[in-house]
Design a protein around this ligand. Structure first.
Ligand code: NAD
Length: 476
């Protein structure tokens, strides 16, 4: 992929920042107009975008792409339009007694930061570029976006469309591989939003640190599923299968592994299998089932399974149509369940990011909680069950970016809930009012009354009795 060179990117950043500074203050109508144009771009080109995503993946259902990438992002844009007025209103804050009586005022204004860089991954290439963009624009910023080199057709089309709907001083795409990405993350943005792996997130934060550029890191990790004792197994199995097979499991929030009561392991696995059979009667010729994005990613997943098999795992391929996967280059992989897994297996060490589901068992749910607590804090955590005590035990003794109860992944689709990780699964969040604030500068504005407050408070030299009285008051 031909990429932009550093000086071109730096020039673009300078032009955006100059335009940003010159145009201030910009009314909310300008922000609304930009969000509407981003929505129009998605609406008017939805088919072309879905085709590009399908071509990039090898196969990816346009229905799925509409749900996960295009319509979902349009809907998020509309949510931003609806809440913009409320979000951007200045907030009155308290001043200490008796300053209020003397006419002092304090307020918090949410102001745009300037130019925000957006670095996005390949798994939801439209959603994870245009989704953050909606809130970046809502907060009054300009944006430069560097999408993934793995979904080149979608990235090129997004760049082409962006140039039609936006002046490059408002929003612009730059394209290229990891070198361009590194240069991009080294630019002195006013804020950088990165969505991708934890390993790359570390590099991004390091590059941004040189500029003291604040970052939002939307990363990944191993999101566990807890199957509680009272869980409706049939329902849970189908929901887990859906979360693990949508986009062929290439979802940051996909359930990574499943923890089940020891005496329910067979039934839980059977329930997942049943769910796969119901939703995907076949896989190879089934357009609903996505391909793995590249040969490299496919080989990695195969490698995870082989490594687990070599180290003693039982490997169950869920192949409802009994299809022969050996002679195809479609990069389609049936859901592969791993039993008897150990920590020595790669599948239990790295984020899976594909249709492979390790199963662990517990006698007491406390064991499963301890296991999760001994590892990196995950992006998502899922609990299925009806026992409120057990649910709260799991929720109050673990830490994760977010939680869905009685399903997987869904918390991300609640526009009003902040979405983000914690520690190795991410820093900061967007969606909800939190996203607007993430991309805004909360600027404190204090207005002093006419009266000499410093003197009245005893803070003005020469220090003396009034000062001592004031200090005693503060220390009381
Ligand atoms: P990745 O980290 O390989 O790449 C993401 C982006 O980083 C790409 O645009 C790439 O060009 C860029 N990049 C590559 N090397 C870089 C460098 N040295 N410096 C700066 N940028 C660089 O991630 P991926 O494989 O595209 O996506 C999969 C990962 O993303 C998974 O770990 C998944 O969990 C995570 N993810 C997280 C979320 C979330 O919202 N939390 C969403 C989707 C994916």
């Amino acid at each position: 992929m031909a990429g932009q060179d550093t000086s071109t990117m730096r020039d673009l950043l300078s032009r955006q920042r100059e335009a940003f500074t010159a145009a201030r203050p910009e009314g909310l109508d300008v922000r609304r107009d930009r969000i509407r144009r981003a929505i129009a771009l998605l609406r008017e080109n939805s088919e072309a975008l879905c085709n590009a995503m399908s071509a990039d993946f090898g196969n990816r259902s346009p229905h799925q792409s509409m749900i996960t990438d295009v319509a979902g992002t349009v809907s998020f844009g509309k949510y931003c339009l609806k809440h913009l007025d409320k979000w951007s209103r200045a907030e009155k804050r308290h001043v200490q007694f008796p300053l209020g009586l003397l006419g002092a005022k304090a307020e918090l204004r949410y102001e745009p930061k300037g130019v925000i860089g957006i670095l996005s991954p390949w798994n939801f290439p439209v959603n994870l570029s245009f989704g953050p963009l909606m809130q970046v624009l809502a907060a009054g910023n300009r944006a430069m976006i560097k999408p993934s080199e793995f979904t080149e057709k979608t990235s090129d089309l997004s760049a082409e469309l962006c140039a039609k709907y936006f002046d490059e001083s408002e929003v612009a795409f730059v394209t290229g591989g990891p070198e361009v990405a590194h240069e991009f993350s080294s630019l002195p943005f006013d804020h950088l939003v990165f969505t991708g792996s934890t390993a790359t997130g570390r590099k991004v934060m390091e590059a941004a640190a040189a500029n003291l550029c604040p970052v939002t890191l939307e990363l990944g990790g191993k999101s566990p599923v807890f199957l509680g004792r009272g869980a409706n197994l049939e329902q849970a199995g189908e929901r887990i299968a859906m979360g693990k097979m949508m986009n062929a499991g290439q979802i940051c929030l996909a359930p990574d592994y499943m923890y089940v009561p020891q005496d329910q392991e067979d039934a839980a696995i059977a329930a997942v299998e049943l769910g796969v059979h119901r939703m995907y009667p076949s896989l190879l010729e089934n357009d609903d089932y996505a391909s793995v994005v590249t040969d490299r990613h496919f080989d990695r997943l195969k490698g995870l399974v082989e490594d687990a098999r070599d180290k003693g795992a039982e490997v169950i391929e869920v192949n409802p149509g009994k299809e022969d996967f050996s002679g195809t280059n479609a990069r389609k992989m049936p859901l592969t369940i791993l039993r008897n897994v150990t920590d020595e297996m790669q599948a239990m060490q790295e984020e899976i990011f594909g249709p492979v589901l390790p199963v662990k068992t517990y006698r007491d749910v406390g064991e499963a909680i301890d296991y999760v607590n001994q590892r990196d804090r995950p992006l998502g955590l899922y609990y299925f069950g009806t026992n409120a005590g057990e649910r709260e035990q799991v929720l109050t003794r673990t830490i994760s970016g977010g939680v869905t109860v009685n399903d997987v992944i869904f918390h991300v689709s609640m526009d009003d809930l902040p979405f983000g990780g914690v520690g190795p699964s991410g820093i900061g969040s967007y969606h909800g009012v939190e996203g607007f604030r993430e991309f805004s500068h909360a600027r404190s504005v204090y207005t002093q009354p006419k009266i000499d407050v410093a003197k009245l408070g005893g803070f003005k030299p020469p220090y003396g009795a009034a000062t001592e009285k004031a200090v005693r008051g503060l220390m009381k």
